[in-house]
Design a protein around this ligand. Structure first.
Ligand code: NAD
Ligand code: DAU
Length: 361
């Protein structure tokens, strides 16, 4: 694949890892459209900011004129849509932004892509153009302990406002392929972790609270299970889907690393005990507090990735243990990034988040 890819939401966690990975590992150029919400961190893109193959544009996927102008001026070979409100807890506290960005924003982006692709796209690009929509395993709902992992034919059963908004977007993508022939593919991925993830999410939150001596708030009984994937493995998967994925299909991506939340927190505590021991000699596990559960909390996610493996030859390379070790080290070594990520808004969010559970930090 040669040319320019148009990435949305490329200043957030997965998007910025993907932008850097793409510029490092391929000859593609990247145009990155990002609204720079609280979740974005311009420091994520410091290493590529001066690259002649990289262009950053601040703006929204819901801004039709801007999207149309960017499509016309850059004539991308693909659009990769990461832009979203991504945090389940925030979607419970304030769901409307999730409709605005994840549903209406994705719809407008898709509709501008449809119009450009069907009438203004250069003929040399039209046949190979791809719209890759980055979605989540949460659209499938919740599994019981003995259920089989989600496959691409699992029914949609979203439980949180976040999951519902992503499911709605996925349906629009599917319908634009079926109705208008837009060459679209959707990926549904499990929980990512790694460098550059906002500290509102489980793993970075536990690392930062751990080193700061704060409580480690485990929701409910801590036995909810997630399937963890190192972000670099997700980036490789997306490039494989862009190159060889079948149009109109969906691809499930996951780490094959199911863990109960409390076990993940124990692993983080054990790493911190070695890398940054507490002054009193006790384990960081002493900071764990079980707090009231997330409303509607999905019990278990697990992803069957046979299609990715059999059709596209993709498998995760990182083990959960080695990736968690790298991730904890990265957060311990990047104070300036943490300072930037937890600037205005973060403390308000923490207060509101705890407020949801009737607690104060
Ligand atoms: P994130 O919250 O870290 O980043 C989202 C980015 O989108 C931010 O840079 C933000 O500024 C930008 N954005 C928000 N609204 C926008 C708008 N209207 N226009 C342009 N940009 C906008 O999210 P993430 O964790 O990197 O997730 C990226 C995508 O991957 C999302 O679509 C999410 O649903 C999906 N996903 C995430 C995970 C995960 O574990 N994090 C797993 C599966 C799928
Ligand atoms: O499955 C993919 C999804 O993974 C993505 O689509 C979402 O964008 C991403 O945020 C993530 O959603 P989760 O809700 O699973 O991630 P989060 O890090 O918020 O929580 C992971 C688990 O940990 C979940 O069961 C809730 C629990 N948790 C979370 C936080 C922040 C806690 O117990 N304590 C916490 O403080």
């Amino acid at each position: 694949m040669n040319g320019t890819i148009f990435v949305t939401g490329g200043a957030g966690f997965i998007g910025s890892n993907f932008v850097v990975h793409t510029l490092t590992e391929t000859d593609l150029s990247v145009v990155n459209l990002d609204a720079l919400t609280y979740a974005a961190n311009p420091m994520n893109l410091q290493t590529v900011a001066r690259s002649p193959r990289y262009t950053f544009v601040q703006g929204s996927i819901g801004d039709r004129d801007l999207v149309a102008r960017l499509l016309d001026s850059h004539a991308p070979v693909a659009v990769v849509n990461f832009a979203a409100e991504s945090h389940v807890d925030r979607s419970i506290l304030a769901p409307e932004a999730f409709v605005d960005t994840n549903v209406t924003g994705t719809f407008r982006l898709l509709d501008e892509v449809r119009q450009w692709w069907s009438s203004r796209c250069p003929p040399a690009i039209r046949a190979s153009f791809r719209f890759l929509h980055v979605s989540t395993d949460e659209v499938y709902g919740s599994l019981s302990p003995h259920d089989e992992a989600f496959s691409e034919s699992s029914p949609y059963a979203p439980n949180s406002p976040y999951a519902a908004s992503k499911a709605a977007a996925d349906h629009f993508v599917r319908s634009f392929h079926r109705t208008y022939g837009v060459p679209a593919i959707t990926t549904n991925c499990s929980n990512n972790f790694g460098p550059l993830q906002h500290p509102e999410k489980l793993i970075p939150l536990m690392i930062l609270h751990g080193v700061r001596g704060k409580p480690l708030p485990v929701y409910g009984d801590g036995l909810n299970v997630r399937d963890w994937l190192y972000v670099a493995d997700h980036c490789r998967a997306l490039l494989r889907v862009l190159a060889d994925g079948r149009l109109g299909e969906t691809y499930n991506i996951g780490g094959g690393a199911e863990r109960a939340n409390v076990d993940v927190v124990h692993d983080i505590c054990d790493l911190l005990d070695t890398m940054r021991p507490r002054a009193d000699g006790r384990s960081h596990r002493a900071q764990i507090e079980f707090v009231p559960d997330r409303p509607g909390h999905d019990r278990r996610y697990a992803v069957n990735t046979a299609r990715m493996r059999d059709e596209l030859g993709w498998e995760p390379r990182e083990s959960f243990a080695s990736a968690l070790d790298k991730t904890v080290r990265w957060y311990l070594e990047n104070d300036a990034w943490i300072e930037q990520a937890t600037r205005a808004g973060y403390d308000d969010w923490v207060r509101a988040n705890y407020g949801l559970r009737g607690r104060t930090p």
